[in-house]
Design a protein around this ligand. Structure first.
Ligand code: G6P
Ligand code: MN
Length: 454
């Protein structure tokens, strides 16, 4: 059984490979292939991947690295896609251009997310087409390439029959934080309901062993004035952007504000637990105020996760010494590998997926790509219906959904007007003229990445 990782040069690759290798019996995996356009970067990451497979875990999984699609996909059963078109250098542009115009500068939300979407839609279709051509006919693509919301809408529109499941780790990371805050160690016993779009949703219930956790969680958030585990809050160095502590990756550096923001949102709207990303839409002004246009999250990541990994590899090559902490960027590989197990072994385990609504949320359009829980088996997700949602959330979601749909249509048709409508409609943008100024700067910065807009 062959697993191909698209975006092999990612800082997340070592952690994902380790998660796969630890589950090698259940997955029956014999070969892992790394596929990336940037050979030099991928070759470096492969040094540590090789160490994980053959030194740390001493397992017999074969490792192949390639920049060629046919070699990457031939006979693969699973394709884990985590590409980042334009790498962190373009993420920095996405964030900074938006901020320069006084708007939220974020990787996947607002104008930054839309710019990133315009870069990713067509490369993602290439992955689907190449997998279709070379991989096993029953292959699955597990896609967590961002911006997942826009990418999944493009998949629905352009490749409706693709064997792809679009997913995101943020809700899981939030549940990890909830578990740590509530001092629950067996988080597998936490079951939740959730609805939304990707990076735009709400937990409506969280239960632990059948008991409602929401009252205790609300109380905790109110008392702490933040949703972060007390243990993390005591150790401020663990929360610094550059820390390699085991504390959840999503609590480091400027991530701090979104956990604070959960408290702020719940002071007004306490019923549901919001996804951290809703802060960018509900507190857009405040986010711009505490952002630094000269130093954004992209800079934090380049100076910490990315630098630590590549410095660690160089050190290993020069001295043979290993500091494992720099190789593993969080636990999301665990859950992606678990999702692959559910598909392969038909376990019907419960995961959140981004999928066509088809009535799961009756007061959202049938063809909206929504994020909802599903049981995962060999034929893919069986969605769990969430029922009608309140007007406030529905209104916010419709605005965001239509912005994303217009962006995808504009990208496919090469329509400047539609993309401008997408930017204008987005809740992070205060006026049409600001939208236009940002879009024009984005077009300049994305030359060679974006389709031409007329
Ligand atoms: C979460 C989101 C991802 C996003 C990541 C960014 O995991 O679900 O979609 O890419 O955060 O994290 P970073 O550490 O790069 O800011
Ligand atoms: Mn995500």
């Amino acid at each position: 059984m062959i697993i191909t990782i698209v975006g092999g040069g990612s800082t997340f690759t070592p952690g994902i490979v380790k998660s796969i290798a630890l589950r090698r019996e259940e997955l029956d995996v014999t070969e892992i292939r790394l596929f990336d356009q940037d050979k030099e970067r991928q070759d470096k990451v492969a040094v540590v991947v090789d160490w994980i497979l053959h030194e740390e875990l001493k397992c017999g999984i074969k490792l192949t690295t390639t920049t060629d699609a046919e070699t990457a996909y031939t006979d693969a059963s699973f394709i884990f896609a985590q590409m980042r078109v334009g790498k962190y250098a373009m993420r920095e542009q996405d964030e900074k251009i938006s901020l320069r115009h006084g708007c939220v500068g974020q990787e996947t939300c607002g104008c930054g997310g839309m710019a990133y979407g315009m870069r990713t839609i067509f490369p993602m279709m290439q992955v689907i087409d190449d997998a279709d051509k070379y991989a096993r006919p029953d292959h699955w693509i597990l896609n967590y390439s961002n911006p997942a919301s826009i990418v999944s809408e493009a998949c629905r529109k352009l490749r409706p029959n693709a064997r792809i499941i679009n997913i995101c780790d943020m809700p899981i990371a939030i549940i990890d934080v909830v578990a740590a805050a509530m001092e629950i160690s067996d988080k597998k016993n936490i079951v939740y309901d959730y609805f939304g779009l990707n990076h735009f949703g709400w937990f409506t219930s969280i239960e632990y062993k059948g008991k409602d956790l929401m009252p205790a969680l609300r109380k905790y958030i109110k008392e702490q004035e933040i949703l972060l585990p007390a243990a993390y809050l005591k150790d401020k160095t663990a929360l610094s952007a550059n820390s390699t502590s085991n504390a959840n990756r999503h609590s480091k550096g400027s991530w701090y504000y979104v956990w604070k923001g959960i408290y702020e949102i719940m002071e007004n709207f306490p019923e549901m637990l919001p996804n951290t990303y809703l802060n960018y839409y509900l507190q857009q002004k405040e986010f711009v105020e505490h952002s630094d246009v000269n130093h954004t999250r992209a800079n934090e990541v380049m100076e910490s996760r990315e630098k630590n990994l590549f410095d660690g590899i160089d050190r290993y090559l020069a001295t043979g010494e290993i500091d494992e902490n720099v190789f593993y960027a969080g636990s999301h590989g665990d859950w992606i590998a678990d999702l692959a197990i559910a598909l392969k072994n038909d376990t019907k385990a419960r995961f959140l997926v981004i999928t066509e609504n088809r009535g799961a949320i009756p007061n959202m359009p049938y063809d909206a790509m929504v994020e909802v829980p599903a049981y995962i088996g060999k034929n893919g997700p069986e969605v769990i219906t969430q029922g009608p949602i309140p007007l406030f959330q529905q209104g916010l979601m419709m605005q965001q959904l239509n912005s994303e749909k217009l962006l995808v249509e504009g990208c496919i048709e090469g329509s400047y007007e539609k993309v401008l409508q997408a930017f204008t409609l987005n809740k992070t943008v205060p006026s049409m003229n600001v939208a236009k100024a940002i879009l024009d700067d984005m077009i300049e910065a994305n030359k060679g990445y974006w389709p031409e807009l007329k």
